[in-house]
Design a protein around this ligand. Structure first.
Ligand code: PSU
Ligand code: MN
Length: 305
C-alpha cells in the first residue's frame, strides 16, 4: 500500500499537535466545480485560523494521500464524479489499480486512523435510509464510526435518511453522540429534527475531555459531534422536505440503488432548491471545520498534560 503523508501533518501527529482530517467525496461528488475546490480550500484555511492543521484525505494515482495539496484538491474537484467514490470496500481496489478515489466518511475514518488522526470534520454523515427494512441500505459510515475511536464533527444527517433509525443504529454501535450547543439531533439543512439528544455540550473543552477519556479507556468506538447549521443559513423546513420527498420519488422511478443513491439525492435536492441547498451546505461545512479545530486544540492540550 502506498501512502503519502504531508511532512507538516506527520510532524503534527508525532508532536500531538491539533490535526483535523477532511473527506474528499464532498469535493468530487458533493458539490459542483468550482465551488467544491473553493470551499475545500477555504475550509482548510478556517482550520488553520483556528489553530489546527487540516489534512484532506483522498487517493491520487494509487497513493493514499493524508494532507492533499492545493493541486490535489483542484485535480479531484475538476474530475468530479469521474473519481471513484471510495467507502471502506473500494479503497483497496482503487489503491491496487493505481486509480483516483475520493473518500467518504467511512473511507476517511479508515485512512485518518491509519495516519493517527483522531478528529475529522465533514458536512453530513451517511446513515440508515428510509425504507431500509426493504432495501437494507445502511451506510458503511455507521459501522466505521462504531469500530474506530475517532470524533466526526458534522451537521447531523439529511432527512433523505430515516433519522430515527440512524440514531438507533448509532446506539447499537455504541457511538457517543454529542449535541454541540443543541439538545436536538440536527437535520443538516435545518437545526431541528425533533429527535432529542441525551448529551449536550457547549464548549470545545467539554468535548475534548470526552475524547481524552475515550483515548485513556482505549476505546475502539467513535464519537459523533452534531453541530447545527448556523441560524442565518438555515433553510425553510417545508421547502427542503418537499425537495427531499420529490428527489426520493425520482430515485424510485429511475431505480437508482447502491452507492449511487446518496450522490443522486444530493444532486437532485440541489436542483430542486435552485442551488439554495448548496449555500447552506457550504456554510455548515465551514462552521463544522471551525468547531472541529477548536475541539482539536483542546484535545491536543489535554494530551500534553
Ligand atoms: N451526506 C451529505 N453529503 C455528502 C455525503 C453524505 O450530506 O457529501 C457523502 C459522504 O461522503 C458520506 C457518503 O460518507 O456520502 C455516504 O454515502 P453512502 O450513503 O453511499 O454510504
Ligand atoms: Mn448505501
Amino acid at each position: 500500500m502506498k501512502i503519502r503523508i504531508s511532512t507538516k501533518v506527520s510532524e503534527a501527529i508525532k508532536n500531538g499537535d491539533p490535526v483535523v482530517s477532511l473527506e474528499s467525496t464532498i469535493i468530487s461528488h458533493g458539490m459542483p466545480y468550482p465551488q467544491n475546490v473553493q470551499t475545500a480550500l477555504e475550509v482548510e484555511k478556517i482550520i488553520c485560523d483556528n489553530g489546527a492543521l487540516p489534512a484532506t484525505i483522498a487517493i491520487i494515482k494509487g497513493e493514499a494521500v493524508i494532507g492533499a495539496t492545493a493541486e490535489d484538491i483542484e485535480y479531484l474537484g475538476k474530475k468530479g464524479s469521474g473519481v471513484t467514490k471510495c467507502g471502506c470496500r473500494d479503497i483497496p481496489v482503487v489503491l491496487a489499480r493505481g486509480g483516483d478515489g475520493a473518500t467518504t466518511v467511512s473511507g476517511t475514518i479508515i485512512l485518518s486512523k491509519k495516519a493517527g488522526i483522531d478528529i475529522f470534520a465533514t458536512g453530513g454523515i451517511g446513515g440508515v435510509h428510509r425504507m431500509a427494512f426493504k432495501t437494507f441500505d445502511i451506510s458503511r459510515d455507521l459501522k466505521e464510526l462504531g469500530s474506530n475511536n475517532i470524533a466526526v464533527v458534522c451537521a447531523g444527517a439529511k432527512s433523505i435518511l430515516d433519522l430515527n433509525l440512524t440514531m438507533e443504529y448509532l446506539e447499537t454501535e455504541g457511538v457517543t453522540v454529542i449535541g454541540y450547543q443543541t439538545d436536538e439531533f440536527p437535520a443538516f439543512y435545518t437545526g431541528k429534527s425533533g429527535i432529542k439528544l441525551e448529551v449536550r455540550m457547549d464548549a470545545p473543552i467539554d468535548v475534548a475531555q470526552v475524547l481524552q477519556t475515550k483515548k485513556e479507556m482505549q476505546s475502539t468506538v467513535g464519537t459523533l459531534v452534531a453541530v447545527p447549521i448556523p441560524k442565518a443559513y438555515e433553510m425553510d423546513a417545508t421547502e427542503i422536505n418537499q425537495a427531499i420527498d420529490a428527489a426520493l420519488a425520482d430515485m424510485n422511478v429511475l431505480g437508482i440503488a447502491g452507492k449511487k443513491v446518496t450522490p443522486f439525492l444530493l444532486d437532485r435536492v440541489k436542483q430542486l432548491t435552485g442551488g439554495k441547498s448548496l449555500d447552506a451546505n457550504i456554510a455548515l461545512v465551514k462552521n463544522n471545520a471551525k468547531v472541529a479545530a477548536q475541539i482539536a486544540v483542546e484535545y491536543s492540550k489535554s494530551g500534553k498534560h
